[in-house]
Design a protein around this ligand. Structure first.
Ligand code: KG4
Ligand code: ZN
Length: 361
């Protein structure tokens, strides 16, 4: 293999059918193409991702997505050094659609195949976008996930803590639902919070009283529900001001908890960190991002937040994770299991309640 590595990445673990071509050369990493075909329209009527519909849509769309990714990149199959595919965690039907496609394409074209953990894709993204050196601390905050990882290598992750129930994005979405705001709720709650009073409601700061980096968000959601019900019982409904104050109180609580737990995670991660990085849709939230940046600055660490299109689900991160595996000398695999559950850090203790209730990772 030459100094240049070019991989096709395939991602079908939830409701985005994605394919991308990424190249590493002496010019550094380059995303030659990144195609993401979302399925929000297919699932909207059901209030969540329907696994069977997702799997079928992936199977129907993945060959077009891959063809487009190759065309956009101006590459042919013969220009590739391999194919990287998400083999877990995620919805099994969708994962199988992607894995079967990648296996067939790799076998047909005689290319090596690299199974990739979707979470490793998120966790390694700051190396693709910002060239971070190992080790760094990663906070993954999405609709389905919340965890602190010390990222030590292409296949070396130490989990320092995470949510024991809901993910923060899930809490934003449920808060929006409780307050009658549209889905996905995060951006709407943020807009609504901008004019609100963050101290009118005394919402809890879950698990701050306990040591460690674990988090919990389901109690906060219940507190919002109670506050809403009390207002409705009192005055027969919610005013715009009530809604803004509830959103501001909720968002401030989430931001404070994430900031304090990040401070602890930086301490717990030990010496030698090169940066504090964040990924996932919730990282789009200005108040949360500002809080995390302040924590990083106070500890003297650079704060790295990849552009949003690379923070959320995409296939460039999967192709990149494959390139990282090649550089680390990890051999390709053609026979591997597709795993709906696949913790990045096999040594970490099991989470209460599984720790992952949302469809996305
Ligand atoms: O990473 P992502 O696109 O999908 C996965 O969950 O993998 O994250 C989506 C989540 C949703 O729950 C959405 O409400 C939340 O990120 N989100 C936000 C904001 N933008 C998106 N949460 C808070 N504030 C935002 N501005
Ligand atoms: Zn994800």
């Amino acid at each position: 293999m030459s100094d240049m590595i070019t991989l096709l990445g395939i991602e079908t673990s939830c409701d985005d059918t994605a394919a991308a071509v990424v190249r590493l050369s002496d010019r550094g990493p380059e995303i030659l193409s990144s195609v993401v075909s979302g399925q929000a329209d297919l699932h909207a009527a059901f209030g969540g991702v329907v696994p069977e519909i997702a799997a079928r849509a992936h199977a129907e769309r993945i060959d077009h997505a891959a063809e487009r990714a190759l065309n956009d990149a101006g590459t042919r199959l013969s220009d590739l050094d391999g194919i990287a595919v998400t083999s877990g965690p995620g919805l099994i039907g969708g994962l199988l659609s992607g894995v079967m496609f990648a296996r067939g394409l790799a076998a047909g074209a005689g290319l090596p195949l690299f199974p990739v953990n979707h979470l490793a894709g998120h966790a390694l993204t700051p190396r693709l976008t910002d060239g971070l050196a190992f080790p760094y601390l990663m906070l993954l905050v999405s609709g389905g996930h919340c965890q602190f990882l010390r990222v030590e290598g292409a296949d070396a992750f130490l989990r320092l803590g995470g949510t024991i129930d809901d993910a923060p994005g899930e809490a934003f979405d449920k808060t929006a639902r409780i307050l009658g705001l549209p889905q996905p709720g995060g951006p709407h709650v943020e807009v609504c919070a901008a004019t609100g009073d963050p101290v009118r409601f005394a919402f809890p700061r879950p698990l701050l009283d306990r040591p460690g980096c674990d988090l919990s968000f389901s109690g906060l959601k219940t507190a919002i529900l109670r506050a809403r019900d009390a207002l409705v019982a009192d005055q027969g409904g919610l005013t715009e001001g009530d809604r803004a104050d509830l959103c501001a109180g909720f968002q401030t609580a989430v931001a404070e908890v994430l900031s304090e737990k990040s401070r602890r995670a930086i301490d717990a991660a030990g010496p030698g960190l090169t940066a504090f990085a964040v990924a996932g849709g919730v990282a789009a939230n200005g108040a949360i991002r500002d809080g995390l940046r302040t924590v990083a600055q106070a500890t003297g660490l650079p704060f790295v937040a990849p552009p949003l299109r690379l923070c959320t689900d995409n296939a460039a991160m999967i192709a990149w994770a494959g390139i990282e595996r090649i550089r680390a000398g990890i051999p390709p695999e053609h026979h591997f299991a597709t795993r709906p559950r696949w913790p990045l850090d096999a040594t970490s203790p099991a989470l209460l309640g599984g720790g992952r209730k949302g469809a996305k990772a």
